[in-house]
Structure formats: structure tokens, C-alpha cells
Design a protein around this ligand. Structure first.
Ligand code: TRP
Length: 444
């Protein structure tokens, strides 16, 4: 693709929904509440919000700007700002691409569980109790089947390209998701036990303060905003030049954070409501039981409290969750696909089929070795991979990229940039504060 024929998001709203669609996903609904519940609730919440403002938002601006300047896949965009000897650029781009692919491989497994919860409600509604149970209980065949269904759906959307696939889905469905979330939060507060959850979520218990907490919160913030892996760069490359990047990035970060906080407002109270109904959430010692599957225990218990209506609400809820996961997974698959199209000049369909197939295979290997690989892949990619890649990108934008070019790029959508407070703070910030922060958190 040349830069003139390069696909673009058709409106600012479309872009925000697509970027928010990428950002809002399992990280918000599954990752954030689980982490908050296991890391002292409020303490995690506060550190997380600080990480989003101090680290993730500046990096979001940096990655969007690299992408829009480069007008290419992540490898091409990094090359565009790389000084000389482009090998390093290719290496960094490849590392980002690999990380995105491995993230997708575990993401598809968890998203498959959501597909299972959705299908389970549907089977229950039509009276297929046994099938519903099967599709909801952890098992090899079930995990494999659901993951493959989710991967095929992701591949289908990405095959349709930026405008007809990614943007169209995101714009229509994200608003519905926000609305349903809101209604459910109000509902959960009418239930017994909810206040206990709210207390855990909002009253800090400083006994949980630890260096690991910072590492987890940083990893979570990077994951939730889809940073470090080229996703945001690719989306930036489809962004039109008249868009104000800092403002748009702030909007995307705000939407993502509000949804994460909202998910916490739903899941933590729902944990205690479930406990009231006899579901075991904590061990004798007060530790969370099976945190990976927490939301898959807690949410169905919540829907059970609604009687018959609960089945329908559960059906709609899990459908929207699947969609939230899908608008994220498509953004991950888009990274290697865009690179393959650029590098091999192949058709989109070919790229989607071969790369999607390979990622499905990796996910299958994880499913077969779940105990050994699942947590490991998550840890390597999200706790280490993303922040380390983020560190390199910050150094690149802060130290290597020509400052005037950087200014010009952002200025196109933000004419008063030079006199803004943003421009007084952000460049120095990305140059010095972000890298130091990331290093400190790592070596703490
Ligand atoms: N941010 C998404 C979520 O919270 C996941 C995601 C999409 C992602 N694209 C990514 C994570 C790229 C890391 C890298 O669920």
C-alpha cells in the first residue's frame, strides 16, 4: 500500500471507538477487577490510575504519533524515525509484532470462555441444560473449540479491512456495551453484600503496598491501553492528519479507565453478592480462589439472583463481552497482518489466513499445556514484554527522533501546540520521566 491509498478511519468518532474498542477488552473486564481484588482493592485502584496518567497516556501519544508519521505497519513506522542502519528498527518492530501475536494467543483462550458463557446462556434458554453445563465447565475440548471459534471470528473481521471491518464493528457496538454496564452496576448495588465489595474497592488497605504492586499496575495499564506492541501505532497510521493526537489520546485513555473502574464497581460487589449466595470466592486464609476464572464464577452467580430474567441479561451481557474482546483481538491481529501485507506485498486475506492460523496453533499448544504455559505467556508478554518495548519506544521518541519533525507531526491536528502546556511538559516527560519510571519500577 502506498500512502495515498492507505486505508483510513472515516471519522474522529470512528477512530475513537476503534481505539477505545482496542483498549477496552478483557484487560478491563477480566484483568483489572481480578488484579484489584487480589491486590487490596483501593490501593491497586489508586496506583493504577496514577500509572495511566503518568506513564500510559504519554506513551499512547508517542505511539499514535509514530504511527501517523510513519504511515506504515509498525516495522515501517519505526524505521521512519530510526536514524541509520535500520536493523534495530526491524528488530524492535518484530519484537512488538511477536508480543502482540503471543498476547492474542492467550487472549483468544479467555475470550473463548466468554463465548462459552454466552452460548451457555443460549442453550439454557432453549432448555439444553447438559450442553450448557459442558460449554461452561473447564475442559480441554471445550477450551479448544471455543478458542478456535473466537479466532475464526477475529480473522473474519480483520479480513474485511479497516473501514468495513474494524471501524464498523467498533462504532456500533461499543456504545451499547457502555450502557449495559451502567445498568448492571446499578442493579448490583440493590443486592445484599454489594456494600462489602464496594468497601474493599474504595477503602485502601495499605498492607498491600509493595513494589510488585507497582509492577502489576504498570503492566495492567500498558495492557489495558494496548501499548508497546504496535497496535496503537497501526491504528495511528490509519488516523487522518487533522486529528488532535493528544486530545484524542486523552479521550481514549479516559474511556478505557472509566470502563475498568466501572468493571471493578460491578465485579467486586458481585463477588460479595455471590458469596452471600453460597459461592466460594475466598479460601479459608482469605486469598482469592482461582483468580483466572473469577469473573466466570462471579458473574453467573449474579445473573442467578435475577431469576428467569437473569438468563436473558446474561445472554446479552456475554455477547457484549465477546464483542469487547473482539474489538481488541482484531487490533492485535492487525499488527502482524499489516506488516505481512507491507513486507510480502501479499493479499490481506492471505496474510490473515496464514498468520491467524499460526496464532491459533500457538493458542492450541497453550490449551494443551494450560497449567505450564497459560500464566507464563501472560507474564512474559504483559509484565515484561510490553513495558520493555514501551521503554525502547520512549527512548526512541525522546532521544532519537528529530524534535522538529515530532512537533510538525502533532501540530497538524493541533495548530496551537507550540504554545500549549502539553508541549512544555510532554517531550521532556517522554524523554526522561517515562524511561526512569519504567526502569525504577522494574528494578524496585
Ligand atoms: N487493551 C486490550 C484489553 O484491555 C487488549 C489489547 C488489545 C492489547 N490490543 C493489545 C494488549 C495490544 C496488548 C497489546 O483487553
Amino acid at each position: 500500500m502506498t500512502s495515498t491509498s492507505r486505508a483510513q478511519f472515516s471519522s474522529k468518532f470512528g477512530f475513537i471507538m476503534a481505539a477505545a474498542g482496542s483498549a477496552v477488552g478483557l484487560g478491563n473486564i477480566w484483568g483489572f477487577p481480578t488484579q484489584a481484588a487480589s491486590n487490596g482493592g483501593a490501593v491497586f485502584l489508586f496506583v493504577y490510575i496514577a500509572m495511566v496518567c503518568l506513564l500510559a497516556f504519554p506513551m499512547l501519544v508517542a505511539e499514535l504519533t509514530i504511527g501517523r508519521y510513519g504511515q506504515s505497519d509498525p516495522i515501517g513506522s519505526i524505521k521512519a524515525i530510526w536514524p541509520k542502519g535500520k536493523k534495530g528498527a526491524v528488530l524492535l518492530g518484530l519484537a512488538a509484532m511477536l508480543t502482540a501475536s503471543f498476547i492474542l494467543s492467550f487472549y483468544a483462550i479467555v475470550a473463548g470462555w466468554l463465548v462459552g458463557a454466552f452460548a451457555g446462556s443460549a442453550f439454557e434458554i432453549v432448555g439444553l441444560q447438559k450442553t450448557a453445563e459442558w460449554v461452561n465447565s473447564f475442559g480441554l475440548t471445550r477450551n479448544l473449540l471455543l478458542m478456535v471459534i473466537f479466532m475464526l471470528t477475529t480473522m473474519h473481521v480483520v479480513k474485511n479491512g479497516v473501514h468495513d471491518g474494524i471501524e464498523r464493528w467498533s462504532t456500533r457496538l461499543m456504545p451499547v456495551l457502555f450502557l449495559l454496564f451502567f445498568v448492571l452496576i446499578i442493579y448490583i448495588f440493590t443486592q445484599n453484600g454489594a456494600m462489602q465489595g464496594l468497601e474493599m474497592y474504595l477503602v485502601p488497605n495499605f498492607a498491600h503496598f509493595s513494589p510488585e504492586l507497582f509492577v502489576s499496575a504498570m503492566g495492567q495499564a500498558f495492557f489495558s491501553l494496548s501499548l508497546g506492541c504496535g497496535t496503537i501505532m497501526v491504528y495511528g497510521s490509519y488516523l487522518s492528519k487533522d486529528i488532535n493526537i493528544p486530545k484524542t489520546a486523552a479521550q481514549v485513555a479516559a474511556i478505557d479507565t472509566v470502563v475498568a473502574i466501572g468493571a471493578g464497581l460491578l465485579i467486586l460487589p458481585a463477588m460479595f453478592v455471590a458469596k452471600e449466595h453460597g459461592v466460594q470466592i475466598f479460601s479459608e486464609a482469605g486469598e482469592l480462589l482461582s483468580s483466572d476464572t473469577l469473573v466466570f464464577t462471579v458473574l453467573p452467580a449474579m445473573f442467578d439472583t435475577m431469576g428467569e430474567t437473569g438468563l436473558v441479561v446474561s445472554l446479552i451481557f456475554f455477547l457484549l463481552m465477546v464483542i469487547a474482546a473482539l474489538t481488541s483481538s482484531i487490533s492485535m491481529l492487525e499488527v502482524p497482518v499489516a506488516s505481512a501485507i507491507e513486507a510480502f506485498k501479499c493479499k490481506r486475506t492471505t496474510a490473515v489466513l496464514s498468520i491467524g492460523g499460526l496464532i491459533t496453533l500457538i493458542a492450541a499448544i497453550i490449551v494443551f499445556n494450560f497449567g505450564a504455559l497459560f500464566g507464563l505467556v501472560i507474564k512474559v508478554t504483559t509484565v515484561y514484554g510490553q513495558p520493555i518495548l514501551g521503554l525502547f519506544l520512549a527512548l526512541l521518541v525522546g532521544w532519537v527522533w528529530n524534535r522538529n519533525k515530532l512537533l510538525e507531526e502533532i501540530k497538524q491536528g493541533y495548530p496551537e501546540l507550540e504554545t500549549s502546556l502539553f508541549w512544555k511538559i510532554w517531550p521532556v516527560y517522554v524523554r526522561v520521566v517515562c524511561p526512569i519510571f519504567m526502569l525504577l519500577v522494574f528494578f524496585a
